[in-house]
Design a protein around this ligand. Sequence first.
Ligand SMILES: Nc1ncnc2c1ncn2[C@@H]1O[C@H](COP(=O)(O)OP(=O)(O)OP(=O)(O)O)[C@@H](O)[C@H]1O
Ligand SMILES: [Mg+2]
Length: 229
Amino acid sequence: MHVLEVKDVSKSFPLPSQDGDSGANRLSVLGGVSFVVEHGETVAIMGPSGGGKSTLLSLLSGLDRPDQGQIMVLDQDIAAMNSTELNSFRARSIGIVFQQFQLLEHFTALENVRLPLDLRGVPAREADRIAHEKLDRVGLKDRSHHFPDQMSRGECQRVAIARVLAMGAPLIFADEPTGSLDAKNGKAVMDLLFASAKELGAAVVLVTHDAELAKRCHRTLKIENGRLS
Ligand SMILES: Nc1ncnc2c1ncn2[C@@H]1O[C@H](COP(=O)(O)OP(=O)(O)OP(=O)(O)O)[C@@H](O)[C@H]1O
Ligand SMILES: [Mg+2]
């Protein structure tokens, strides 16, 4: 079984209506994208700005839906799930590291890491234990009770990684995970993500403009004008 199988996925967005048209014109952003990712594999997605990388990642992680095609995660088509099914499936199987971390600002580091476990109904003491362990793993044991605005950018990104690790998902997506970090912090964060994914046997699919980072992945997919090249 593949961890991810993308079959002929297309996505378009409505264009703003202009004088003289009916407003029915659409901008095609992805046109028939297909590929497979195996368990434990690391894959970089590269390509020019506007090529459709973030759009693709938002479809693969179930944040948006394709116009057509199938997105099979562990043999289940997330594009065909209703939103209740999708939410519960994502909470178990898909981890996401965003460029801007998406930490909840009124939650401490510990609470941010615990959140996916709480949503999944993991008992409080167990969730606490796992969250502490993962924060320790990313070197932030003594920042557990800090809020995001009381931490550096590199520390926030490490909290986001601890959150993904706490989930233990077999598939992790990351959109420019080092995009807002300096070279040293960026490397430290990626070392951690690669090492932890290996430990968990998780696959990582990441979007990056950084050729050095892409080289560390097993494989690079190039996307241009909405197609793999
Ligand atoms: N909601 C939307 N409505 C209309 N057009 C959109 C929408 N979202 C994205 N687009 C268009 O789709 C194209 C692809 O956008 P996308 O964000 O996927 O690019 P990208 O490859 O991630 O670029 P970058 O490297 O700059 O992040 C762009 O031309 C963008 O203008
Ligand atoms: Mg993008």
